[in-house]
Write a protein that binds this ligand. Sequence first.
Ligand SMILES: Cc1cc2nc3c(=O)[nH]c(=O)nc-3n(C[C@H](O)[C@H](O)[C@H](O)COP(=O)(O)OP(=O)(O)OC[C@H]3O[C@@H](n4cnc5c(N)ncnc54)[C@H](O)[C@@H]3O)c2cc1C
Length: 408
Amino acid sequence: MSLPDAEFVIIGGGAIGCGAAYALAKAGKTNILLVERAEDVGQVTTSQGAGLCGQARDSLERTRLAMHSVAVFRELQKNSAVKPDWNEVGSIRLALSDKAAEEFRRLKETADGAGLETALIDNGEAQRLWPLMDFSQVKAVLWCPSDGWMTPISVAKAYAEASRRLGVRISTGTVVQNILQKDGRAEGVQTSRGTVKCRYVINAAGAHAYHVAKLVGLDLPIVPVRHEYYITVSMPELRPDLPCFRIPELTLYGRVRDGGLLLGGWEHNALHTDPRDYPLKGTPPEVAPDWPVLNGFEASFTRVLPAAGSKEKKFVGKGWPTFTPDGRFIIGESSQVKGFIMAGGCNAHGISGSGGIGKLLVESLFDPKPSAYVRSLSPDRFTATKWDWEDACTQSRRIYETYYGPGC
Ligand SMILES: Cc1cc2nc3c(=O)[nH]c(=O)nc-3n(C[C@H](O)[C@H](O)[C@H](O)COP(=O)(O)OP(=O)(O)OC[C@H]3O[C@@H](n4cnc5c(N)ncnc54)[C@H](O)[C@@H]3O)c2cc1C
């Protein structure tokens, strides 16, 4: 069956593409066709996510973006026929040094400015929240009661279902092969099911966003960087409502999942793959579990949770979230190719960021005066300046390695 023309064609049915469809439809733009090459939405990077959502960020804009995502997750959890499985269990962030404690005070000030409820709590209170952890080396704890976790595939499915109800059409098992252009403007897509004319093409193709941008002649540094976490066998003492946690100095994060401990981290020597080394039709290389790295996460974490040592690891989550050299999302229309819009460069928080990304996308397209922050996310920042791939890959790895540092 041939596909209908649309005002918007969204390429990619991950959390970002589905979230963009939902945000546009809520803004009254319902003539949308979302095209996904897998047999269902949320099957690629989104399915690999650990599912954490943390809102305390180092700038007002980034904090508000994450807060908007939480508002969307709550709304979908309450009203959608398909739920994102949003669990608002809160989160604790642990400082192991005075320097990190100082950083937490700055984070709290930013959170206050954005209207996000957080509190610096004492170790006794933190102990009540996470009875198994050892807080004896902890210098400060930042508590955010409205953080939490969701099931990543369910997030994409919840967006898709709610978007369909608003009139969005979703074509799975459909591959975008080319983008049609006329007079410097994108005007349609060529797919495995035929050609679709449209006014706007939105590139939300995840680890293929580089290749899709290349179809219209744009060179964008969207660099997949390897990321991994593991889940242990069930530990009876772990309750499902325990808060998520982050320990920036150990570059670790975690939560309870399926009765076990989910523990992930940011490696000190990140590994990237060059998107120019695999084609649009292909996939990034398989990621094999890197046991020295995963065992290193475990060894670090036993400093605060000795019980987590030597637990059998029953699952390894792994994949290639994309990074950008400045650690920012790429959102908005290209001024070089009108009608071609980016929604990518997830910097490993594309699920938790998806609600906010959708909002900023709508602002970038329809607000006559988008904010300076929204303008700073434009793809033009990479097409109007000179950059080289080696630096872009090095910088993207650095953003990964310093994920909990300033700027992230
Ligand atoms: C191990 C790991 C843990 C993570 N943990 C978290 C976390 O706790 N919280 C968080 O927010 N984020 C986390 N992330 C990052 C998160 O998974 C990504 O930011 C997010 O999934 C990116 O979504 P996306 O829609 O851009 O990409 P994807 O989910 O990959 O979606 C892109 C889609 O585009 C489709 N596509 C590509 N090419 C074409 C084509 N030619 N035609 C049609 N369709 C096409 C693909 O099939 C794919 O479904 C984690 C990632 C990993 C790997």
